[in-house]
Write a protein that binds this ligand. Structure first.
Ligand SMILES: [Zn+2]
Ligand SMILES: [Zn+2]
Length: 318
């Protein structure tokens, strides 16, 4: 086989078949971090446990993509993400099943987690008559918007849980549905045309990227549905600034591969793993947790995480 073609096929496969990763691979990747810092044992156990729950449900979820291939491509050309033009039918029973399992996983891995977590799925939002309306209202919210929604509707007060925990559980329970949709879309078309800093499926802003080991291409990944797409390295994914004098990156000495790329124009940052420097491609879900120190550093330097920008970005897309 022509080596160029073989490489192309392999790259295409790595863009499409990356999710879900095997549990073995996840354990290997987290072991690397734990060998450096055992303080993260609990958070990685929790991460693995939630991911295992999501993966177990993925096969039970059946969603369909209503738009034909040409329409999807046209939308991508016009910066329109998939869920801006189609609704996702979420099976209420499966959703509640995922949610209960995730709450149990959290309680098991962190016994200090509040007890009302185990009763979250009994909240009135998730009752038969309310759940569809609830899922519709929150479908495209980013983290800050969802927390705000929960507090406005006093869901936190009624359930006795912190709004951040409720938002986290909801996102983690939606994730397998969005991933299922992402995988269905990939059967029709890839994301080669997509050139935005937010996700082509669910519109969440990408918060982490990696420079691919093979060719150094910058691959962004959505933390919610796990879509992956390529974005030019010399451009800010959030404001599209290409002035190289205002784009730079920094890292903590001793770990050149784990970088923070910042834009002086919009003051946002993107955590980036340089897999070429590292010599191997990584799992961005694991890296996102392991590099929490880079978030602290970036914010201390006056940069903002991209999630807070999602409202403006989405308005521009609609
Ligand atoms: Zn997404
Ligand atoms: Zn920017």
């Amino acid at each position: 086989m022509d080596p160029g073609w073989k490489m192309y096929q392999e790259r295409r496969k790595s863009m499409e078949d990356h999710y879900p990763p095997s549990l073995k691979r996840i354990s290997e990747e987290t072991a690397f971090y734990l060998s450096k810092n055992s303080d993260q044992t609990q958070i990685f156990s929790l991460y693995k446990s939630i991911l295992a729950t999501q993966i177990a449900y993925l096969d039970k979820i059946h969603v369909s993509v209503t738009l034909p291939e040409e329409q999807l491509k046209n939308n991508f050309r016009n910066k329109k993400f998939v869920l801006s033009s189609q609704k996702l039918d979420i099976d209420n029973e499966i959703f509640k099943g995922v949610m209960s399992s995730i709450c149990q996983a959290i309680k098991k891995e962190s016994p200090m987690a509040p007890d009302p977590l185990l009763r979250l799925s009994l909240a009135e939002e998730f009752s038969k008559g309310n759940i569809d309306g609830f899922l519709n209202s929150i479908a495209l919210l980013n983290k800050d918007e969802l927390i705000n929604f929960i507090e406005t509707n006093e869901m936190d007060k009624r359930t006795g849980l912190d709004s951040e925990i409720i938002a986290f559980v909801i996102f983690m329970s939606l994730s397998p549905f969005y991933s299922a949709l992402m995988k269905e879309v990939l059967k029709k078309t890839d994301f080669a045309i997509w050139r935005q800093g937010y996700c082509p499926i669910c519109s969440q802003a990408a918060t982490i990227a990696q420079h691919r080991k093979d060719d150094g291409a910058r691959v962004l990944e959505c933390w919610l549905c796990h879509a992956r797409w390529i974005f030019p390295r010399m451009e800010c994914p959030y404001c599209h600034n290409t002035d190289q004098k205002t784009l730079r990156f920094f890292y903590v000495s001793g770990d050149k591969a784990r970088q923070v790329h910042v834009c002086e124009k919009c003051k946002k940052y993107l955590k980036t793993i340089d897999s070429k420097v590292l010599g191997r491609d990584v799992l961005l879900g694991v890296e996102a947790i392991g590099t929490a120190y880079l978030d602290q550093l970036a914010e201390k330097e006056g940069y903002r995480p991209p999630s807070r920008a999602a409202i403006d970005i989405k308005k521009g897309a609609r």
